[in-house]
Design a protein around this ligand. Sequence first.
Ligand SMILES: Cc1cc2nc3c(=O)[nH]c(=O)nc-3n(C[C@H](O)[C@H](O)[C@H](O)COP(=O)(O)OP(=O)(O)OC[C@H]3O[C@@H](n4cnc5c(N)ncnc54)[C@H](O)[C@@H]3O)c2cc1C
Length: 476
Amino acid sequence: MTESIAIMWFRNDLRLADNPALRAACNDGKILPIYILEDDDADDCDKMGAASRVWLHHSLQALNHSLDGKLQYFVGKAEDILMKLCHELTIASVHWNRAYEPWRMTRDQQIKERLKTKNIQAQSYKANLLWEPWEVTKADGTPYRVFTPFYRRGCLNAESPRRPLEAPAHIDFANNAEIGKDLEFLSLLPKQEWHQNLIRNWQCGEEGARKALLSFLDGGISNYSDGRNLPAKPYVSRLSPHLHYGEISVNQCWYAALDRFGMAHDGCDTFLSELGWREFSASLLFYNHHLKTDPLNQKFIHFPWRSSETDLSAWQKGMTGYPIVDAGMRELYQTGYMHNRVRMIVGSFLVKNLRLHWHHGEKWFWDCLFDADHASNSASWQWIAGCGADAAPYFRVFNPITQAERFDGQAEYIKKYVPELKNLPAKYIGAPFDAPRHVLDDANITLGKDYPHPIVDAKQSRLDALDAFATLKEVS
Ligand SMILES: Cc1cc2nc3c(=O)[nH]c(=O)nc-3n(C[C@H](O)[C@H](O)[C@H](O)COP(=O)(O)OP(=O)(O)OC[C@H]3O[C@@H](n4cnc5c(N)ncnc54)[C@H](O)[C@@H]3O)c2cc1C
């Protein structure tokens, strides 16, 4: 008798624990675990960036290890691949966890309908968000546009999130499961060697994610409410890439913090609300499919952006002459991550001081971040630019000098990523161009040679930005 098989289609849920689709597939009997590289299905602007591919490679390797090497890889259009598998094997059901990128939602719906016409059970599950976007709306059914009511009134009054599920006690793999390609076939790693350094400080996969969560709960969370603004300190969780790839679920993070510390704990309350921002971004994308390209505030279509390849390149390379900006951009390029406070500083510098379009920032982050996430990245860039939901007010231009003084007073973060300034006293490090000549000489720094002159004047460019924003008032 031919065995009937349940396909477990892994996507951004690369874990065994708290994986509802995997649990359901295992309950159906023997499973065929598959991963499809979705390049052929993704919208052009949504094809994975270089850093994301590197992370994915290592994460799949870790998942495959947990699955006793039984994960089967495919490249191509997901619908074609699934239909081919259903044709060649006796597939009874296909299970996956829901994703919320617009192209994925449309595509998944088509696949579901097609499988059903073949009498194959197709089932999707909630696993990547605490609340589905349609579960948190205002009383009149419309979506929230402001974070605090979304989270405090909407999320916290909605049904409590599901408690995390255990990993299946036993997985029965289908016998004829050697049908896909191996991981190398996906060509996720670039030819250049840079990716080895990039990944060095991370442990991709479920075990690495679990350790990151535990280390945060044992340490960082106690200082999180204020300390999360200090980029040199280990007070943030660095869970974002693990969460993006679903190596750990947001439910696991939510309950691990809540059960141990409770809502009354400052750090815990703040951490849970940051997870709330992730939910808010997903909701914004769900209700605004063009979040990556179109400003939520339509007036911004008329914003007088500048255009300068030279300035953009200086920003990308971390050569703007503003040390906190340069440290952030170099952290991003060297580690695939950037601290949230610094993301806001470099973002504000790009869109306000340089007045370059936020699309440039969104794209660069998309290519360089390990945690590059359609919803969070687009929503955050719109927030920075002032055109998003609940956005930073247009007149709030982060001053890169005072931000460095406030949040990196001892210049530990700057010195780590901008080592050419390591001999400069911390007092001058936010603005080396203001240091007296003899101080620069003592630190062996010649501006324009060892470290760039500022590419823009922070004060004047702020005023120019305010003038540019003022022009929007006239747009009806
Ligand atoms: C310009 C810009 C672009 C960004 N792009 C991304 C992105 O592509 N992917 C991404 O995951 N985050 C993005 N963020 C949000 C935030 O910077 C990161 O989630 C956070 O820095 C990740 O570090 P962490 O895990 O140590 O965060 P923690 O402070 O430990 O927070 C815990 C978790 O909460 C979530 N979170 C925290 N802050 C935010 C936020 N503002 N918006 C959404 N979720 C949040 C993340 O999942 C994070 O892992 C962006 C922020 C800015 C300003």
